[in-house]
Design a protein around this ligand. Sequence first.
Ligand SMILES: [Zn+2]
Length: 232
Amino acid sequence: MTEIRNIVILTGAGVSAESGIDTFRSEGGIWEQHRVEDVATPEAYARDPDLVLRFYDMRRAAIQTKVPNAAHLALARLEAAWPRHITVVTQNVDDLHERAGSQNVIHMHGEHLNAWCTTCDTRTRWTGTLADRPPCPACGSKTLRPDIVWFGEIPYRMDEIQAALARADLFVSIGTSGAVYPAAGFVRLARERGAHTLELNLDRSQGSAWFHETRLGRASEVVTAWVDDVLR
Ligand SMILES: [Zn+2]
């Protein structure tokens, strides 16, 4: 392996699961008799905004009761100690990477703790509810929605992510199935540009064949062990 300078880390639901944050697929993915996919689309929001806002109000409240686990803490420790560049690209919409201490985090699917005003395009840190239609702090319009990339919407900051992948010497995918685009394409792009690629996951994924190396286990254990290796 060539010398590792720049690292890009993709994290998915498997990293937050041990903090008690459930995934869309867990518990049958049913909420108030609605499939979760049906409250996480622009069409659902247009059809029944109260329902969608209540769903996200519930999730926004829930994540604030959770705490980072050993995997989040290990990644923050790596970033603090690493002399070159580390980018954490996360599919997760919680703030556990930041609360663990990670500085350079790209939330490609948005953040529960942001509200987005569809009138003035301002994003505001938000810990309370939206279903009661509070006014936008910037323009006063009652048009705040969750700053979440819904099914059918385009992930955020893809140009930055692709630039980071292009200069990566090591790409690590943690706790994600690797089956969903565009994240599924990240490993291929990183490999094409010469990066070593490593998957840390509970089980082998549909994308495993694309990685040079796969290590299996719970995120809290396998990520901590990998970070210890890197910093040794
Ligand atoms: Zn506004």
